[in-house]
Design a protein around this ligand. Structure first.
Ligand SMILES: [Zn+2]
Length: 211
């Protein structure tokens, strides 16, 4: 989950119009706000569910770009009461509190809390539960997490090859540009990539300033 800055301000007559969809595509870079997969197959998710918060049904700030898998797997109870709210990634940077790492040996995603925050503690814990559900299939009947992990693994391997190349080649300029691009917000699963950099002091010294 990555911090999103909304730039679009569409006049929302109804949340399902193409105007809203186009605006969400731009603001979220076609990335699911929960799993960070880049996808064209998305649904407009109401962060605060529309049957609990009918006054927010057409409020653009309540509309999120969500892949079909995550929208299906997300429990309906989320964000219906203060004790089951998740972090709002349009207001708070989840990576300040949660670390994501693909654990190849265990074939799972390690979702770890790295900082506490008295006010946000509930939201951090609920977000971790949701991410474990999406990435690791915890408390879920859905098998979509296997495909998702395969996709993350593939993307991390590609990213790893670029980092290897950076460390071995003498002509670094071109590969530096490629790695910088992988670390931009548009890039799929960028939270995972940024943590790979942060966990390596040498790479962090070179690339840490780019995000
Ligand atoms: Zn998703």
């Amino acid at each position: 989950m990555i911090k999103i800055e909304r730039n679009e301000t569409p006049k929302v007559e109804h949340y399902s119009t193409s105007l809203v969809q186009e605006s969400l595509k731009k603001d979220f870079f076609r990335k699911c706000y929960i799993c960070e997969e880049v996808t064209r197959h998305f649904e407009v998710d109401h962060f605060y569910p529309k049957n609990y918060y009918p006054h927010l049904v057409n409020d653009y700030k309540n509309l999120f770009y969500c892949c079909q898998k995550c929208n299906k797997i997300k429990p309906k109870v989320i964000n219906t009461h203060s004790e089951n709210e998740i972090l709002n990634c349009c207001e708070i940077d989840p990576s300040e509190y949660i670390k994501l790492k693909l654990n190849i040996n265990a074939c799972k995603v390690d979702v770890t809390q790295i900082h506490t925050n008295d006010i946000l503690e509930y939201q951090i814990k609920e977000t971790i539960k949701l991410l474990n559900r999406v990435y690791n299939g915890e408390n879920s009947q859905s098998t979509s997490c296997a495909d998702l992990k395969d996709d993350i693994k593939e993307k991390m391997e590609e990213f790893g090859k670029k980092l290897d190349k950076y460390q071995t080649t003498k002509l670094k300029n071109a590969i530096v540009e490629e790695i910088k691009k992988e670390l931009t917000i548009e890039s799929s699963y960028v939270t995972f990539k940024r943590w790979i950099i942060r966990d390596n002091p040498k790479l962090n010294a070179t690339f840490g300033n780019y995000f």
